[in-house]
Design a protein. Sequence first.
Length: 303
Amino acid sequence: MDTAMVERAALVALLRRPRVNWSETALDIQENGSARAVLDRTVGHSDTLFPDDSTTDLIDAAATEIAGWQADGIGVHAFFDAAYPAQLLGIWEMPPLLFSRGDLRLHDRAVAVVGSRRASTDGLRIARAVATTLAGRGVTVVSGLATGIDTAAHSAALEAGGRTVAVIGTGIRRYYPPENRRLQDHIADVGLLISQFWPDAPPSRQSFPMRNAVMSGYAVATVVVEAGETSGARIQARLALQHGRPVVLTSQVMQCDWARAFVEKPGVYVVHGTAQLLEAVDDILSYQPTEAGLENFPDFALR
């Protein structure tokens, strides 16, 4: 087993511990420079959770599990792998382990288009228009594969011949919502499907806000088309600003108290109409590196 596989397997073994904090585990590995070293130290404790297992046994078991996922066509990416998406490395919510189906890229110039599951006709129209325009300009459209705005954005990007990335709130073997099964498989075939959860993990109340954090980190900006007071898109708008990513809010969203509270925050664009929304997106993208300059991908510098 080569060093890269040993490190990846050691990470899986560490994350399989009950009640483990994934972010703290990633920090521990960064400080030590090796997942294997952290696992050795963990197993070596007298109060270890693995009293009957050696480090080698744990690594072998994790390597077998990884091989099973990969045999099913699932990509398994540790945060220290060379191919791990660069834009996720700078956020606190960075998944130590990322599962994928499709074309994972080190750098991906992307904008998130998100909103309500129970979208209005106008909301769906706006989402489709924005996604179509982004796709036509070679920008990846990111969304969360939910019904409503997410589905409209993904579908419009695909119909325009563009790239779309679905960041899901379940394990990558799951289909949620069930009615998007065909869309999910199509995105995996021609774009990218990613998940930070174990491949068979069911949906949960906590998983969708966690998904929103990764979606925000993956994109250079978030466009919120429609979102109520309890919407995950509201969570994503807050997280995007914490990540140093700008947020575009439509007039539909401005009917909500949470959105009006965002108006004066740096990095927030409030737009009225599709044309103004696209102008804001163009302005944001003008600050972003082109495909040729993505090797030194920076966080967005707020104006």
